[in-house]
Design a protein around this ligand. Structure first.
Ligand code: PLP
Length: 387
């Protein structure tokens, strides 16, 4: 990233542009165009909507957590008519729908009732970063097809891509949205839209205002490895390196590594006797685990203590679940030992906050790693290139 910034209109640049575009197609698992924006994930959320929809279009959203909630808010501000499908009921102050993945059958039922095909798009989040719950995207596609409905499928995989299994083309997603700062192990500042031919066709007639985000000029210029406006060249250097690491290891190896970390952290949380935010292990996130605090314990006070005493920064509860839970991230450029250290920080912090763990999460995690050797030893697939 600290290499000199080359001229983004010069001849050298095209090789970099074409390489990262091809790499991202491999990571999204698609043959179709991938847009790369110099923006955070929120920009790519907006890009997906303004390229495919028109003012007042009816969009079906599913609230699995805070990021689904925020995407809905953004869509409303753009002038879309959103409808939120969510499960009723709460579980000790935690909304039920924020503890489980998308129920595709509810989407199918709603689309079947939409006989006039007013709903133009279905928006779902693949990995809810606020809760640590994933959703079965292939099942959502099947539900849309079973309803015989033409709605587009837009999927936020901002924190899912390059950590959890994700297949843009095979799963029939029309626009996949992602960002640089999660599984790609980069600083924030680039985000993506992976497109389907149906999404590209929709963009030709969609009338929400767009200029910077418009796919047409980007697709045209990307053919030769350039962008219409200034790309963040240094982050593209880093993206190229990250893609070499991820594709060099193989996506399957990357996905298995995150699943193994996640299973270990869940076992540690359960050893403490605490519930995970995700109530359905079959959709538990490979990327992060939410830990629900006992009644009356402020999760943010526990986080603050762990940060101040042990220099370990945990994710806060967001939106409706602020103060009820905290999040342990287990993605990207970490290893077994850094994760054991993070869990040790949590365990010490819980005790200092007066939450007596039922058992040792640290010991459980160490036992888990010892009993489940990584399919590929770190030395065989280094996360860092030799200098
Ligand atoms: N969607 C999800 C699932 C996220 O995790 C995030 C950020 O963490 C966003 C959307 C928003 O992206 P950004 O903060 O990069 O604009």
């Amino acid at each position: 990233m600290s290499l000199p910034t080359i001229d983004h209109r010069g001849p050298e640049f095209a090789a970099l542009g074409l390489k990262v575009l091809a790499d991202m197609q491999k990571i999204f698992q698609t043959r179709h165009p991938v847009m790369i924006y110099p923006a955070s994930g929120t920009g790519a959320w907006e890009a997906a909507l303004v390229n495919t929809l028109s003012p007042g279009d009816h969009v079906l959203m599913y609230e699995t957590g805070h990021f689904a909630f925020l995407w809905n808010k953004l869509a409303t501000r753009l002038g879309l008519k959103t409808e939120v499908l969510s499960l009723p009921g709460t579980d000790k102050g935690v909304p039920a729908s924020w503890r489980r993945g998308v129920q595709a059958d509810l989407i199918e039922e709603r689309l079947k009732a939409d006989t006039g095909h007013a709903i133009r798009a279905v928006c779902v989040v693949h990995n809810e970063t606020s809760t640590g719950v994933t959703s079965n995207i292939a099942a959502v596609r099947k539900a849309i097809d079973a309803a015989g409905h033409p709605a587009l499928l837009l999927v936020d995989t901002i924190s899912g891509l390059a950590s959890a299994d994700y297949r843009h083309e095979e799963w029939g997603v029309d626009v996949s949205i992602s960002g640089s700062q999660k599984g790609l192990m980069l600083p924030p500042g680039i985000s993506f839209n992976a497109l389907s031919p149906k999404a590209i066709a929709a963009s030709k007639t969609a009338t929400l205002p767009k200029a910077f985000w418009a796919w047409d000029e980007i697709i045209e210029m990307n053919k030769t490895g350039y962008w219409p406006s200034t790309p963040n060249t240094n982050l593209l250097y880093a993206l190229s390196e990250a893609a070499d690491i991820i594709l060099g290891q193989g996506l399957e190896v990357v996905f298995a590594r995150h699943q193994r970390w996640a299973a270990g952290v869940r076992a540690a949380v359960h050893a403490w006797g605490l519930p995970t935010q995700c109530a359905d292990t079959s959709v538990a996130s490979p990327i992060l685990t939410g830990v629900i605090m006992p009644e009356g314990v402020d999760a943010d006070a526990v986080r603050k203590l762990i940060y101040e005493r042990f220099d370990c920064s945990l994710g806060t509860g967001l939106g409706k679940i602020k103060g009820r839970m905290f999040r342990i991230g287990h993605l990207g450029d970490i290893n077994d030992l850094t994760l054991i250290a993070a869990v040790a920080g949590c365990e010490m912090g819980l005790k200092l906050a007066g939450v007596q763990p039922a058992g040792s999460g640290v010991q459980t995690l160490m036992d888990h790693f010892a009993a489940h050797p990584a399919a590929h030893a770190a030395a065989a697939v280094p996360l860092r290139k030799a200098a």
